[in-house]
Design a binder for this molecule. Structure first.
Ligand code: AHN
Ligand code: ZN
Length: 326
């Protein structure tokens, strides 16, 4: 009798039509977003720097590549290591490896997160000319983005995301010509060699994603992320929604609603060749002289420039974007 009554009550519930609840509110649905652990991200920077500069064709680079592969394997069984050769601006053949880690590989509803893991062979913007052919520790320009993505990978293993996610660690981004050489007209093609290769030869035939987010120099103290030009051109709506998420959760001092310059970075081939709208979260600073974070391509890009607060701001923003997605 009680059961019958319950059934009747159940039947009397008004049937909600699709879209009805959403139209009543502009608030995002409240979903549980995991807490990004910035101590873990910081440790990921430190371990990468422990190998030494990760310049392609060196044993430091090789060892770090092996470590990254091992780390990713602890967070998902779906790993593809894409190995190959590319030719640098000076004719040097670089052996590269792009590391691709996937969650929910079966769904087409997916997003792409990426960063480069190689270090620049030359600190060509160092204030001291003696340092300008030394390799860069690349704590910020390389290791920081990878460190944030490794912590996100750990979180993705702890709690399955609502959508498919691919994390790609690109190699051979930063082997562009030193700035004291004359600029050539194919300058765009001399950077992001690993990302160019992947864009032409994705790890799965016909691979695509709804959108992509590239992290570059996301670890320095008091970083400012301006809205980068190529990102706005190809994926303006994604820039705006990511910046809105960051501001909503309290990171307005990092994510500024201000336009920055056009940067040749790994997102360029992903946008142009792969046609995936991809944004670059990159530390731009109009007062630094180079337009980038002040230690860019100098020997000062080392562990001392890394600040956990910045890693947290970027990592928590990305987790918010991922777990609020549907
Ligand atoms: C140019 O200097 C043309 N692009 C820089 C892209 C880059 C280097 N990002 C990090 N390191
Ligand atoms: Zn660089």
């Amino acid at each position: 009798m009680i059961l019958l009554l319950l059934l009747l009550v159940g039947c009397n519930q008004p049937v909600s039509r699709e879209g009805e609840n959403q139209s009543a509110t502009i608030q995002k649905p409240r979903v549980a977003v995991p807490e990004f652990n910035s101590d873990s991200a910081y440790a990921n920077v430190k371990i990468q720097l422990g190998f030494g500069p990760r310049v392609p064709n060196t044993k430091e680079h090789e060892k770090c590549g092996t470590w990254l592969d091992m780390q990713l394997k602890t967070f998902t069984p779906n790993i593809i290591v894409q190995k190959g050769k590319v030719t640098a601006y000076n004719g040097t053949t670089l052996a590269f490896q792009n590391l691709i880690a996937s969650w929910k590989p079966e769904t087409n509803n997916r997003i792409l997160l990426c960063a480069h893991w190689d270090s620049r062979p030359y600190a060509d913007h160092d204030p001291d000319p003696k340092n300008r052919r030394k390799p860069v520790d690349a704590a910020n320009d390389g290791a920081s983005g990878v460190a944030v993505l490794l912590e996100i990978a750990r979180q993705l293993q702890l709690k399955a995301p609502p959508i498919g996610v691919d994390i790609i660690l690109f190699d051979a981004e930063d082997y562009g010509p030193p700035q004291d050489l004359p600029i050539t007209e194919n300058a765009d093609e001399q950077w992001g060699l690993g990302a160019q290769y992947w864009s032409n030869n994705p790890h799965k035939e016909g691979y695509t994603a709804r959108y992509g987010i590239l992290l570059d120099m996301v670890g320095a103290s008091k970083a400012t992320f301006l809205m980068e030009g190529i990102s706005l051109q190809y994926a303006g709506d994604i820039v705006k929604s990511v910046w809105a998420a960051a501001n909503r959760i309290g990171y307005s001092s990092f994510f500024l609603f201000e336009q920055g310059g056009f940067i040749t970075d790994d997102h360029l081939p992903i946008n142009r060749i792969r046609n995936i709208p991809t944004i670059d979260i990159i530390h731009l600073d109009k007062n630094s002289g180079t337009g980038f974070y002040p230690g860019w391509h100098t020997t000062h890009d080392n562990l001392a420039s890394i600040d956990k607060l910045t890693l947290k701001a970027v990592g928590q923003t990305l987790l918010t974007v991922i777990y609020e997605e549907k």
